[in-house]
Design a protein around this ligand. Structure first.
Ligand SMILES: Cc1cc2nc3c(=O)[nH]c(=O)nc-3n(C[C@H](O)[C@H](O)[C@H](O)COP(=O)(O)OP(=O)(O)OC[C@H]3O[C@@H](n4cnc5c(N)ncnc54)[C@H](O)[C@@H]3O)c2cc1C
Length: 469
């Protein structure tokens, strides 16, 4: 790799139709986008295929779901990569198959793209672990549109709660988050902060106790990938913020307004947010590559797909004998590693292309809420509280792609998390809030509700029960 700083690195000009080898990358996420950037000075033509025209920064999706950030703050237009990598072309498409004999990627619109080198970097998706009712009633948070659906649903339910009060009865709004990893902790903390410092201003007619937040975790502790003192700190901070922790209980079933736990108890849950696990999409099974646990594609130590000389996998989709954690940093580093291998092949250095991938662990971070975060950095540096939060902010902002995104996220989060009650005016980002639909769904689903007004009641003309989405 050249030693010059990134902005001095020479790029290769865009040459449509040039006879340079064609690298096709499936998925413009952390692995795919960083792979494109690392190929910018290699004499290859690059085609990046993604079903979306943007890259999503998933670590901040919880801020979109809880109305702290605009959705555009955490997404970046993939075509913008060609500013740095003029040898890249973008093709919007949904990959449905790969013909490795013909070296062709097949798209759902009937199109196809020929490759010399293929990199699979299409990530993972929500895993419901076969929990009955979860797919139908729980809300996943893997994509931008799913985060927006959660946000609109929370505000629709809050509006509905105020209308109930007009009719002189009240109903609790119970939100459950399933999964006590970083995503679950972050979303629970953000909702709790909203309840503490915004709810009473924005919804004066609603008793703050109306909004109940539970975090459900199968294991006995939160954040099991972190040091014990950080797990305890996170649990303490969440409890201080009024989050009800239900630890040591798996979810056995999700219903319209409940989750059933392993001990048979029912927890009221008007909105169930599923943050419990990931697996590779089952649609990848049709691509014809060897797969292992969680559907991850089997790669050798160089990240080549086993049995194929010119196909690699990087990021969450890559498995193999030494699978990496399904996190952003391993994905970025895998994308960069594959770029180095392709560069070596193009430059005729076969031996360099055989170098095994080695993950350089840069630590882990999670935010719990306003001025509370944990950071475990290399060299045994452990940070907590405000200083941990500033480290978390610095790292997240620097990892965003796009100057506009970085500025906007830094400004919004500094304001949101550091203002005091006096200096900060609550101003959540809201979209199309449909409380009419929320009211209709609440009434129509009375027969299958276990909690709240008219629960279990069958009307003469009940209408068709609706699912959440
Ligand atoms: C809510 C949430 C919070 C997270 N928080 C953190 C965190 O704080 N720290 C951390 O390190 N990691 C976090 N992660 C994990 C991290 O986001 C992933 O590990 C990372 O995104 C993996 O990168 P990737 O390139 O493999 O896949 P992705 O970034 O998911 O990118 C895959 C891309 O492929 C595209 N794609 C998928 N299928 C197809 C197809 N068939 N055809 C065309 N395109 C396709 C998708 O549109 C997407 O753009 C979080 C994940 C989630 C969901």
């Amino acid at each position: 790799m050249p030693l010059l700083p990134a902005f001095y690195r020479k790029t290769v000009p865009a040459k449509d139709g040039a006879s340079w080898p064609h690298v096709v990358i499936v998925g413009g996420g952390f692995a795919g986008a960083h792979l494109v950037l690392a190929l910018r000075d290699v004499r290859v033509r690059v085609t990046l295929i993604d079903r979306n025209v943007y890259k999503t920064f998933q670590p901040l999706l919880y801020q979109v779901a809880t109305a702290g950030l605009n959705s555009g703050d955490v997404t970046m237009f993939l075509r913008g990569l060609s500013l740095h990598a003029p040898n890249m072309r973008f093709r919007q498409g949904e990959v449905t198959g790969v013909d490795t004999d013909e070296q062709v990627v097949k798209l759902s619109d009937g199109g196809s793209v020929r490759y010399d080198h293929l990199v699979l970097a299409s990530g993972a998706t929500t895993n419901y672990f076969g929990t009955p009712g979860a797919e139908e009633f729980a809300m996943p948070m893997y994509t931008r549109s799913q985060a927006l659906e959660i946000r609109e649903r929370i505000f629709a339910e809050l509006e509905r709660a105020t209308q109930l009060k007009e009719m002189s009865f009240t109903d609790r709004l119970a939100i459950s988050i399933v999964g006590g990893g970083p995503t679950g902790v972050e979303i629970a903390g953000a909702l709790a902060d909203f309840r503490i410092s915004e709810l009473d201003v924005l919804y004066p007619e609603v008793d703050p106790g109306t909004l109940e937040i539970s975090l459900i975790q199968r294991g006995d502790e939160l954040l099991k990938a972190f040091e014990p003192q950080h797990r305890e700190y996170a649990a303490r901070e969440l409890e201080k913020r009024g989050v009800r922790l239900r630890l040591g209980q798996g979810v056995e079933e999700v219903g319209y307004d409940f989750v059933r736990l392993a001990d048979g108890s029912y927890v009221e849950s008007d909105i169930t947010i599923w943050a419990a696990g990931v697996s590779v999409s089952t649609s990848v099974n049709a691509w014809g590559f060897p797969q292992g646990r969680g559907g991850r594609i089997d790669v050798d130590p160089t990240l080549r797909v086993k049995g194929f000389d010119n196909v690699w996998a990087a990021g969450d989709i890559a498995g193999g004998d030494n699978p990496q954690p399904q996190l952003a940093q391993p994905a970025v580093q895998m994308g960069q590693h594959v770029a180095r291998a392709i560069r070596a092949l193009v430059e005729g250095d076969e031996a360099a292309a055989e170098k095994p991938f080695k993950y350089n662990d840069l630590g882990a971070m999670a935010t719990i809420g306003r001025r509370a975060a944990i950071a475990e950095l290399p060299g045994g540096v452990n940070l907590q509280g405000s200083i941990g939060w500033l480290a978390w902010l610095g790292v997240h902002v620097s990892k965003l792609l796009g100057t506009r995104n970085r500025r906007s996220v830094a400004a919004n989060l500094l304001y949101l998390y550091n203002g005091t009650g006096m200096s900060r005016v609550p101003n959540p980002v809201v979209g199309d809030v449909d409380s009419f639909e929320a009211r209709r769904a609440f009434r129509e689903n009375a027969p299958i509700r276990r909690f709240g007004y008219q629960a279990g009641k069958r009307f003469k003309d009940p209408g068709k029960p609706r699912t959440r989405r």
